[in-house]
Design a protein around this ligand. Structure first.
Ligand SMILES: [Zn+2]
Length: 124
């Protein structure tokens, strides 16, 4: 089972970067976890976030955040609407289901067919 995080929203912040003090490099990225198997792909409601600076190419961890960044983050977190959790069933899933249905139909047919045959056999 593969799990990956996809970027859902990318916000440019006007705060100073704690690393390089640039005013236009900070970006807050919201990510959402996607779970993928052979049979289905689903968007989970699990959210994570990451702050990076495009100017100095560093990841800004929450311990480095200033009070201003904290405030902006809280605001952005409230404004963020995650993608609705959903599951998409892939083709192999439907093939398995279809095969199962056909097998059951075949078994039912055989049972029915054999039941019809038996009386004639016993008459011989
Ligand atoms: Zn920076």
């Amino acid at each position: 089972m593969a799990e990956k995080l996809i970027d859902v929203k990318d916000v440019a912040l006007k705060n100073n970067c704690p690393e390089c003090f640039s005013k236009d490099g900070l970006r807050l990225i919201f990510k959402q976890k996607i779970r993928e198997t052979k049979f289905y792909k689903s968007i989970t409601s699990e959210i994570s976030h990451e702050m990076t600076c495009k100017t100095c190419n560093s990841i800004i961890y929450p311990e480095q955040w200033t009070d201003d960044i904290d405030l902006v983050f809280e605001y952005q977190k409230k404004a963020f609407t995650p993608k609705k959790a959903s599951t998409y069933l892939k083709k192999p899933y439907w093939i398995v289901i279809a095969t199962f249905v056909i097998l059951v139909a075949l078994i039912l047919f055989l049972v029915f067919f054999l039941n019809l045959q038996l009386p004639f056999d016993s008459l011989r």
